[in-house]
Design a protein around this ligand. Sequence first.
Ligand code: ADP
Ligand code: ASP
Ligand code: MG
Length: 435
Amino acid sequence: MSKRLKVFKFGGASVKDAAGFKRVAGILAAYKGAPLVIVVSAIGKTTNALEEVVIAHAKQTGDAFEKLEGIKQEHYALAEFLCGQDQELLTSLNDTFVEIEWVLEEKPEDNYDYMYDQIVSVGELLSTRIVAAYLKKTGLDTAWVDARDMVRTDNIFREGWVEWTETEARVKKVMEPLLEANKMVVCQGFIGSTSENFTTTLGREGSDYSAAIFSYCLEAESMTIWKDVPGVLTADPRKFDNVVKLDALSYREAIEMTYYGAKVIHPKTIKPLQNKNIPLFVKSFLDPDSPGTRISSDVEDHYPPMVAIESNQALVYISTRDFSFVAEHHMSYLFQIIADLRLQVNMMQNTAISFAISVNDVDDKVDRFAETIQEQFQARIERNLELITVRHFNRETLNGLRDGKIVMLEERIQGTVQMVVKKVPALSRKEFPTV
Ligand code: ADP
Ligand code: ASP
Ligand code: MG
């Protein structure tokens, strides 16, 4: 593909309401006629709402249809407000909803993750239909394409892994002719399909990754993710006041920060871009003319302290039941199970007969892990912890972060400090020390 191609990704926050859609169209107007692929997430918090539908259906609480109704109303209202009585659009939305209704009319599937993907994936199908129709109305020549015809994954539902060779061939086959015909291509983030054409999702917040997949396959000139922040900041502005925007970051720095919880970019996004040396821009959709952050290879690594916080950590203390050393063959057994469960291990430490890991406490993975190893190992789990990662630390930053926390596990390696902490419980009246 021509080197001029750009890939833009708009997240849920950028299309959360009609004003958001208008802002997106305003940004895109400047690119009329330019080769552009636009990857879009579900509107606002639709994915969370669809997860509620899945849970209601799985548990047969009786209100799955009612929950779906709220999502329907929101999408139809937005579609009609933006595009009026566009029958083609309304029919496509209706067809998408009918597919979920069929699922909800049946008994819940035994395979929860499979059912999850069939239902939750529609958020992106709906949002992209509205985006494509609305952009067309504003005078842009758009083509809507289905990511499931291109992104081929394995059959691990909710966390599909991309099969690159097949995906690359399909992306080129579907998108290149449209781009050559000067269409602005609109595509879903987050979703793909298996070789048997079952819909999969790539993991929560996976639309950034989808955009990187398309960028890789089409050898884009650059990729841009449009956010509600001015760029990559030294920490999450929702958690800290005095954050600073970084003008440039290396791929390495970006991958380290995002892997450990800097929610601004999905951690899987960086690798495909780095592999083809495609720069990634993180820019504000509220201030599109400001330069944002450029992530690429040619950056000098001098940074201020940066903080990433990953909540929902669980510390799992594992010990052998028969006092044998935890090392050697035990390690490979434990890591095989960790890999099978796709459990993200953020920190680990071992002694002679015990091993501690800090992992993201997602769904029931940690319990499944403990259950699987219980014959040979005792596992004690401590939940509701936070993982704090500080890159390029100084003493003041660390002291500030430790304040009011109990540090359960800490590690320093090459200018990075990681700690798993829990909040100091507020002292009750009785516990207050007496003189
Ligand atoms: P999207 O609309 O693409 O889904 P998200 O809400 O997932 O956007 O991501 C943007 C949010 O990421 C910001 O509003 C900010 O609160 C959060 N964030 C976390 N860490 C950082 C960071 N280091 N720099 C910028 N934003 C961050
Ligand atoms: N809509 C999906 C989610 O909320 C994917 C994404 O937004 O990146 O997780
Ligand atoms: Mg997001």
